[in-house]
Design a protein around this ligand. Structure first.
Ligand code: ZN
Length: 299
């Protein structure tokens, strides 16, 4: 896949639309693209979405851009360390409350002896001052943001719709440049697919993602994302029908054109599909679905 152009404009607020500006953190990586996007929503009264990682100098940049304006809330899409840790510093500096779905937690309880490979990517310290459930709203001046619970990438993932506009802040549910990581135990494929359907039932058509540029044809991108995941699921079922039993065997075939360095991540994605397929009774395995299991089609 070719990487689209994106100007991160580090250290500057980029105007996206009337009352929406983007500040991209200087944390480029294979997992964050050019960096994590934070957003300022409103005018003299603001809500900030995802102030980003705790980078040196990052707080000063935020304070400069906010100027003397009142921040009503610091809204968090999800508790990954590239999205939420600056919220702690920002709250201490300006006194605005942190609004999020809840503390970080895996999508399901850990199995006995299971080690969570994503433990270090979570901001475990984040405890919201304002707990947002699906449909709850935040207001500042004339603007209203509606929280939409969109689990899948993480269990506590929220998207935010800017009321009476076509804009939706989609966090990491849809990325502007790559496929979202959905992997157990923090993520869950069944939840991810259900959240895609939930977004398709809504009217918003322009998405502002946590990484990458504005997504102008968002509804088509959501449909394409759904098709891509369904295609992967079909490919996995075909490999099981052909006699593959392990995640390694499946990855060797369906990710044969992918850089072998990424096969570990691919294995976790296949596991996410298998976990969902086992839950739906489409695939059998012995014991809880894990990386080293053998999988088969039910007879
Ligand atoms: Zn994330």
């Amino acid at each position: 896949m070719s990487i689209p152009e994106f100007d991160p404009a580090y250290g500057r607020a980029v105007t996206i639309a009337d009352g929406i500006a983007r500040l991209t953190a200087n944390n480029p990586s294979p997992f964050t693209y050019f960096g994590t996007n934070g957003y300022l929503v409103g005018g003299e009264q603001l809500i900030i979405i995802d102030p980003g990682p705790d980078l040196a100098g990052g707080l000063d940049t935020w304070l400069d851009i906010i100027g003397g304006r009142k921040v009503h809330a610091i809204a968090i899409t999800h508790t990954h360390i590239d999205h939420s840790p600056m919220a702690h510093r920002l709250k201490a500096a300006i006194g605005a409350p942190i609004a999020a779905f809840g503390p970080h937690r895996p999508a399901r309880p850990l199995f006995e002896g299971e080690i969570n490979p994503f433990a270090e990517s979570a901001d475990m310290a984040l405890i919201p001052d304002i707990v947002l459930q699906d449909g709850d709203t935040l207001a500042a001046g004339g603007i209203v943001l509606e929280a939409i619970h969109t689990p899948g990438h993480t269990a506590n993932h929220l998207a935010f719709a800017l009321q009476d506009t076509p804009y939706l802040f989609c966090g990491d549910h849809i990325m502007g440049w790559s496929t979202t990581i959905v992997a157990p135990p923090d993520g869950a494929m069944g939840d991810y697919m259900a959240s895609l359907e939930k977004l398709l039932e809504r009217a918003e058509s322009i998405y502002l993602p946590g990484h990458g540029d504005i997504i102008a044809d968002a509804r088509n991108v959501v449909r394409a994302t759904r098709s891509h995941r369904r295609m992967r699921e079909k490919a996995i079922l075909e490999r099981l029908a052909a006699g593959d039993e392990t995640i390694d065997e499946i990855v060797q075939v369906i990710y044969r054109t992918t850089d072998p360095k990424l096969h570990g991540a691919a294995g976790l994605s296949v596991l996410a599909h298998l976990e969902d397929l086992v839950e739906r009774g489409r695939v059998d395995t012995d014991g809880p679905p894990m990386l080293a299991n053998r999988y088969r089609l039910p007879v």
